[in-house]
Design a protein around this ligand. Structure first.
Ligand code: FES
Length: 61
């Protein structure tokens, strides 16, 4: 499933970017060697990053 249709970034690629340290949508774009175009995906990317941060926090507890 694509999270960013403009750049063809799949959900699993965004997760890989987040696992590699992406903490902002711009980091995900950089990791995927792309840039924001329409930016419709930015809210979804932020949500994915926040979910990963929450999961990390819970794992650390
Ligand atoms: S959907 Fe990601 S930049 Fe357009």
């Amino acid at each position: 499933m694509y999270v960013c249709n403009c750049n063809g970034i799949r959900e699993r690629e965004a997760h890989a970017a987040i696992s590699a340290g992406a903490r902002r949508p711009a980091d995900v774009f950089r990791h995927c060697q792309s840039t924001a175009k329409c930016a419709k995906c930015v809210c979804d990317l932020r949500r994915m990053i926040q979910d990963a941060e929450v999961a990390l926090r819970h794992a650390a507890e």
